[in-house]
Design a protein around this ligand. Sequence first.
Ligand SMILES: [Zn+2]
Length: 370
Amino acid sequence: MDIRRKLFLKRDPYSRGKDEGLFVRAVREQVKRNAAGSPEYAAILASRSFSPDELVSEEDLGRLPPLPTLFFKRNRIFSVPEKKLVVKAFSSGTKGARSEVGLDLSSLLYGIMMMFRLFSLHGVISPIPTNYIVVGYEPSKHSDMGAIKTAYGTTKFAPALHREYALRDTGTGYELNPDGVFRALMRYSRQPFPVRFVGFPAYMYFLAKSLKEKGISLKLPKRSMVLLGGGWKQFSGEEIDRGSFHKLIEETLGIKKERCLEFFSAVEHPHAYVRCPSGHFHIPSYTRVIIRDADTLEPVPEGTPGLLNFITPLVSSMPLASVLTDDIAVYGTSPCPCGNKAPYFDLLGRAGVGGIKTCAASAAEMAVKK
Ligand SMILES: [Zn+2]
């Protein structure tokens, strides 16, 4: 039996319960499978004198060599024949400098089951017909960005009556669609169905701000929701704190902050983390998080900021078991006021400064060097 079945079908996504080494065993098996299917990955592990059999306890996970997201931007690497990949996604970024991620059927199915459990718990999965405003891009033939697929996928969690996009496909590119969004929103507000806003925090903010400037204050049907992902990095000049953001949404749309969920995910790490009301991303039992020193890449203790490293045994088609992002985060286990007992990470920002970029880049180079 595939060991992933036990891990990804757990009823409570946040309870590690009696894990009894299940997670580590699943990672070990996956790393072996990835290495067997990809000579490049096997060579990377060998170049670090690492053997998957070293993975015995949770503490050993830190020794599994992480592959930086930059590595996936520079290398296509699969551990199954490409014809076995049933879905592909690309990170945002210019051609040639973006990651290509492909999932085989088993990885996709376990991923879907896991998301179903997690999102059910957070009230995201609903049978009630729903109107959508996608504060992001319309899916199109000319773009295969992971963020577009994620936003579109999110409109499947409650049956869609209608979808209106803030960025409309013109056939060759995208154009802003403020009038269409405004008209759809007014129409939705007269219907009895919940409305869901799905997409980037920055666009959601600009939408709510423009409603406020127009003096509009809606009371959208109960069960309406805001589902955001993709970080706040697009803001740059227009920084706003979460408190004011939630206040603005409640004033203009009548949606309370408990109904505003923020997700974190990465194309190279096909999992989702939900931000709790206290601002923490709690870690489900499907994954582990290690924070690493930006210079030495050694794991750092709880409370010390460093590069965010995700561990997962989900994917059998690519060596994604340990992925090092260029996000700066800090790990925590202290009791959270939200009541969720799972450990968590807090995002502090992105490693935009030259030093850390270089570090990630040299790690990527190290990884390909035999
Ligand atoms: Zn919490």
